[in-house]
Design a protein around this ligand. Sequence first.
Ligand SMILES: C[S@@+](CC[C@H](N)C(=O)[O-])C[C@H]1O[C@@H](n2cnc3c(N)ncnc32)[C@H](O)[C@@H]1O
Length: 233
Amino acid sequence: MSALPEGDEKRRAVQAMFDTIAPRYDLVNRVMTLRMDVGWRRRTVRDLGLRPGSLVVDLASGTGDLCHDLERAGLQPIAVDLSFGMLHHATTAAPRVQGDGLALPFADRSVDGVVCGFALRNFVALPPMLAELARVLRPGGRIALLDVSVPSNALLRAGHGVYFGRVVPLIGGLLSDGAAYRYLPRSVAYLPAPAELLGMVHEAGFTCVERAQLSTGISQLISATRDHERSSL
Ligand SMILES: C[S@@+](CC[C@H](N)C(=O)[O-])C[C@H]1O[C@@H](n2cnc3c(N)ncnc32)[C@H](O)[C@@H]1O
């Protein structure tokens, strides 16, 4: 099996892959998560805990599912994604910007919150992405980062391994692009272990860093608050 790409090669590969799978991305998501992704996104917006009217960046927005949930909660989303294909197939009326999470097109301390769904694995590096979130957020602003995870229970982990490693690529191959959905389970290897990931978030200038396991640990939600004390980072 070939090594996973890194650096610029990874960025180009990720962008091309999402451009390819964009037209059927939503359908495959619903089928392969048995619609559990819908509840996970709602929880993500709830854990932001921001007041109605707050400006929230949906980083790596894809087709904009989280934007819909943000709007339903009375928040003002702005979608940012690397892939023109995903933005083109977006179903949200929120403003959409093509951009890289490592260089966000927003001024320092200009937004109240950032959500990011199922994309942590896709960034070339996490510490600079988290530093970029800390830069654009006002002190006291909130982040809620949702991604896949691996259950800690051994039995559940084994079952999840079969489903994610075998069944998901099969579904993806039938409904969309087989190569992309074979890459999906492999890309979990990019995710740091929970303690390391929480340490990175704290290091980037966040406090109240919390991690929730969703649906027996097949997804994880990390939330945190932009630290007032370390606002010059
Ligand atoms: C698995 S999709 C998630 C889409 C959406 N957030 C959701 O919840 O369904 C990952 C998204 O991350 C985007 N992405 C990957 N790397 C990115 C980067 N460096 N900056 C911005 N978006 C990126 C991809 O284009 C893709 O749309």
